[in-house]
Design a binder for this molecule. Structure first.
Ligand code: AMP
Ligand code: MG
Length: 481
């Protein structure tokens, strides 16, 4: 590993140094060899992966730390939060010379644990491990993980569960909530913290006339792109609090997430979200709300009272980049999925007509796009109660494609439509086996989801391709993890 410690150069008020506390009898869960290669892990690092991913081995180059931050949870100010069960273990350079945080989740309680035990259960670790991997393979910017370990330690949740730890990777663990904490509790740190955030994550903004405004604009744009990509693959984060969004638009902290199966825009995977704040269709507006809230924390950076009003207006203008950036990426991505030309005036309408069919007929989002791509129009129609609606759509769809380079559109369609997503019941099966120390299903899903756009008959099972029948109860997913 090539170390690049830098978070520990910030004021110690922003973190608390401490060592991980290993679980009882840690054992290997799964290791992402390919990611370890990208992160420049040596053979010696790799052979010590179980020790590293269970908190038994840390690095002299960096003293592990828990970050402090704050946040709005479910729309309410939650005050001080922080790494309550994860530690920044070190920061390293990957093969592209990018700095990557290694964050050990489930490493024991910290001063920010509040009522929590500082631990993570195997169920949630397997879910986050596979989803981070799946999102990366789908081309969605996301945290990932080098590996996870299981243990013999029981952790109390709704029932007693097996404890685990996961070594998460991300280009950034600075959350929108970091700025909220600083403004509320240590405002004198704001200037340096913002400066470092720009230097580390948006160095190109240092050259701009107004680096802070350039920085704010880039954060907003990257977040908008991330959300567009979530919508396109049908990903629902589940807990989009301001402490769970970072400043680089990299998906983070997706505990009760889900990949949408039957197309239900008001679907919420997180059963703890009683009011449906974080439904799939709300994600763009919630991201916008979070960013608006974040921008308010940048206002104190303008010290000159006579320029304050102008600065506020300029910050508000930065937010105007959100919607067009989101729509541009979403519309283009949807056209590619549909096999329709992005420039055609009717493409978006036609795509919406298709989505309305998926919604009213309760069809599977991922599978329906694959069927469209494979021109299995009759199969989709047979699944519809209202066949006329589908026939009308098909006439419009084919008339748009008629005068286009269909072969080229079809090539793009294959690249835009995953065959495999991580359905809750797939993760559930892998978890059930993992509880008994059998990681074969984690490994099968890991391989399958590594190439989501490629048909892998040797690896796939029929359950991977379809939602559970409507009469089978859904897997319950909550914030408890
Ligand atoms: P989340 O919504 O999962 O991102 O967590 C919100 C806050 O609660 C963060 O500050 C977490 O570190 C903390 N937290 C969640 N679970 C635990 C736990 N089991 N022990 C300690 N802190 C926790
Ligand atoms: Mg969190």
């Amino acid at each position: 590993m090539q170390f690049n410690p830098r978070y520990n150069t910030l004021s110690p008020k922003l973190y608390h140094h401490q060592q991980p506390v290993p679980l009882k009898n840690p054992r290997a869960g799964h290791f992402n060899d390919q990611l370890a290669d990208e992160l420049n892990w040596s053979e010696a690092d790799k052979s010590a992966w179980v020790e590293i991913c269970s908190g038994q081995k840390t690095f002299t180059e960096f003293e592990p730390l828990a970050m402090v931050y704050a946040g709005h949870q479910f729309g309410q100010w939650a005050g001080q939060l922080g790494d309550g069960r994860g530690l920044l273990i070190t920061q390293i350079l990957d093969k592209k010379n990018q700095t990557i945080d290694l964050h050990l989740k489930g490493a024991g309680s910290t001063p920010y644990s509040r009522m929590g035990d500082g631990r993570a259960v195997l169920r949630s670790v397997v879910r986050e491990y596979l989803a981070g991997h799946a999102l990366n393979a789908l081309g969605v910017p996301s945290s990932n993980a080098v590996g996870f370990t299981s243990s013999d330690q029981g952790i109390q949740r709704e029932k007693l569960e097996r404890g685990a730890m996961m070594l998460r990777t991300s280009d950034c663990h600075i959350r929108l909530g970091h700025f909220e904490w600083i403004n509320q509790y240590q405002p004198e740190l704001l200037e340096e913290f913002t400066q470092k955030s720009i230097e580390w994550h948006y160095p190109e903004c240092l050259e701009a006339d107004q680096p802070i405004l350039a920085f704010a604009t880039r954060v907003i744009q990257r977040t908008a792109v991330m959300i567009a990509k979530w919508q396109l693959v049908g990903f629902a984060h589940g807990v989009m609090n301001t402490d769970n969004l970072n400043i680089t638009g990299t998906t983070l902290d997706f505990g009760p997430y889900g990949f949408m199966e039957r197309f239900r825009p008001n679907w919420i995977n997180n059963h703890s979200d009683y009011n449906g704040r974080y439904t799939y269709q709300q994600q763009p507006s919630i991201a916008h709300w979070n960013l608006w809230n974040w921008l308010n924390n940048l206002i104190p950076l303008e010290k000159d009272a006579s320029k304050k009003q102008q600065f506020k207006e300029d910050l508000a203008q930065c937010l105007e980049h959100f919607e067009p950036t989101f729509l541009e990426h979403y519309k283009l991505g949807l056209s590619l999925k549909m096999g329709l030309p992005g420039f055609h005036k009717d493409s978006f309408d036609c795509a919406m007509a298709f989505l309305r069919i998926l919604q009213s007929e309760q069809l599977d989002y991922t599978q329906s796009f694959i069927r469209l791509q494979e021109k299995q129009y009759d199969v989709i129609k047979d699944d519809c109660l209202d066949r006329r609606q589908f026939e009308e759509f098909l006439i419009q769809y084919q008339s748009i494609r008629e005068h286009q380079d269909i072969a080229e559109l079809d090539v793009e369609m294959v690249k835009a439509n995953p065959r495999y997503i991580l359905r809750n019941h797939m993760a559930q099966r892998a978890i059930e086996l993992a509880e008994g120390h059998d990681f074969s299903e984690v490994d099968r899903l890991f391989k399958l989801l590594n190439k989501p756009f490629i048909h892998q008959p040797e690896l796939e099972k029929s359950e991977d391709l379809a939602p559970l029948p409507t009469d089978v109860p859904e897997v319950m997913v909550s914030c408890s993890s």
